[in-house]
Design a protein around this ligand. Structure first.
Ligand code: PLP
Length: 320
C-alpha cells in the first residue's frame, strides 16, 4: 500500500517528517490577497492558478523611497493597460488600487519599499481550459526596497555579460504588458554567472541588445544617449531618463543598439525601479571606456534621486 493510500485508509495525517514544510523565510512585509491584508509569509495562492501554471499574469512594480511613492501614476497606467490587453478584470479601479498599495506600505511601516501590484488569470472551480472561465485574482504587496546593484556595484559599476539568448519577440508577447516570461532572462543570467559576470543583457530577434533581468539599458556615445527601441519593456525608469535628459538638455533616442556599439560606448548604464540608474563598467570582461563610472551617468543618477523630492513625481505614504 502506498503511503497516500494508507493515509486515506486510516484517515491519519502523515507523520510530520513526511509532510511538506515550507522551507522558506519571507521578507518582512504586507500583502493584500483575496480582500485581506496579510503578513508576507501567509500570502499564498492556489497551485491551480493560471498565473502559476501558465505565466498568465501581468504586474507592475513601483518603489517607495523616503516614505513616498515615485511616479505611481505611470506604474498604474502600465498596469491597467496590461489588464486591458490581457482581457483581465479586477474589482478595483485605479484609485482603489492606489489605496491598497498605500495600505500595504503603511501597514508594513517600510519607508523604502518595493511595491508590487499583480493580477493572475486566476482559477475556475472546474479547472477549465477556457481562460474566460477563470476568475481573475488581484494581489499586491510591499517588501523592503531591493536593488539590482548593491552599494559596491553602484559605486564601481556592474560587470555585465552579453548572453546569446534572445528575448521573447514582441510578436509573441507584447512587451508593454509587463509579464513573468523570464526564462530567456534567467538563462541569460546563468550564462553571465558562468562567465564570472554579475548580471546579463540578452539580445532582440535581430541580434541587437535588448534588455536584462528587470532592467533596460542605455549607452552614451559622444554625449548622446541611446536605448533599444524594440522588444523591450517600456520601463518607467527608462522613461524617467528621457524626461531627465529633456530637462538637462541632453540628447536621448530609442534606436537599435548593436553589441559592438554597446562595447564601444563611452558610458553604459541600466535602469530599473529596483535600483534606479545603475552604472555598467565592464562588458564581457572588458572595460567600458576607461572602466570608471562616466560623468553623464553620475549626473543622471544624482538627478534621478533628487527628483524623489519633487511633489510632481512623488506622493507621500500616510503612515499610521
Ligand atoms: N525590463 C524588464 C524585463 C523588467 O522586468 C523591468 C522591471 O521590472 C524593466 C525592464 C525596468 O522597468 P522599470 O524601469 O519600469 O522598473
Amino acid at each position: 500500500m502506498s503511503q497516500t493510500t494508507a493515509w486515506r485508509a486510516t484517515g491519519a495525517l502523515p507523520a510530520l517528517s513526511d509532510r511538506h514544510i515550507d522551507p522558506h523565510a519571507y521578507p518582512d512585509g504586507v500583502a493584500f490577497l483575496d480582500g485581506q491584508y496579510l503578513p508576507m509569509s501567509q500570502a499564498k495562492i492556489s497551485v491551480l492558478d493560471w498565473g502559476f501554471l501558465h505565466s498568465d499574469a501581468t504586474y507592475d512594480t513601483v518603489h517607495v523611497w523616503d516614505g513616498s511613492f515615485f511616479r505611481l501614476d505611470l506604474h498604474l497606467d502600465r498596469f491597467f493597460g496590461g489588464l486591458e490587453k490581457l482581457r483581465m478584470t479586477i474589482p478595483f479601479d485605479r484609485q482603489a488600487v492606489a489605496e491598497i498599495l498605500h495600505d500595504c506600505v503603511a501597514l508594513s511601516g517600510h519607508r523604502a519599499a518595493y511595491v508590487e501590484m499583480l493580477c493572475t488569470r486566476g482559477t475556475s472551480s472546474t479547472f477549465s481550459r477556457d481562460p474566460r472561465q477563470a476568475v481573475n485574482r488581484f494581489m499586491a504587496f510591499a517588501v523592503p526596497f531591493g536593488s539590482v546593484a548593491n552599494a559596491e556595484q553602484l559605486r564601481r559599476g556592474l560587470h555585465v555579460a552579453i548572453s546569446d539568448k534572445v528575448r521573447i519577440p514582441p510578436a509573441s508577447i507584447d512587451p508593454s504588458i509587463k509579464n513573468y516570461h523570464w526564462l530567456d532572462l534567467v538563462r541569460g543570467l546563468y550564462d553571465a554567472y558562468d562567465r564570472g559576470a554579475e548580471t546579463a543583457l540578452i539580445l532582440d530577434f535581430n541580434g541587437n541588445v535588448a534588455e536584462g533581468p528587470g532592467f533596460n539599458v542605455f549607452c552614451v556615445k559622444d554625449g548622446r544617449l541611446s536605448t533599444p527601441a524594440v522588444g523591450v519593456l517600456p520601463g518607467v525608469t527608462r522613461r524617467t531618463v528621457f524626461d531627465l535628459c529633456a530637462e538637462a538638455g541632453l540628447s536621448a533616442v530609442q534606436a537599435d543598439v548593436g553589441v559592438a556599439a554597446l562595447k564601444a560606448a563611452d558610458e553604459v548604464f541600466i535602469t530599473s525601479t529596483a535600483g534606479g540608474i545603475m552604472p555598467v563598467t565592464t562588458i564581457d570582461g572588458a572595460p567600458v571606456a576607461d572602466g570608471k563610472v562616466g560623468p553623464i551617468t553620475d549626473r543622471l543618477m544624482a538627478l534621478y534621486w533628487q527628483k524623489h523630492q519633487d511633489p510632481a513625481w512623488s506622493s507621500a505614504v500616510r503612515y499610521p
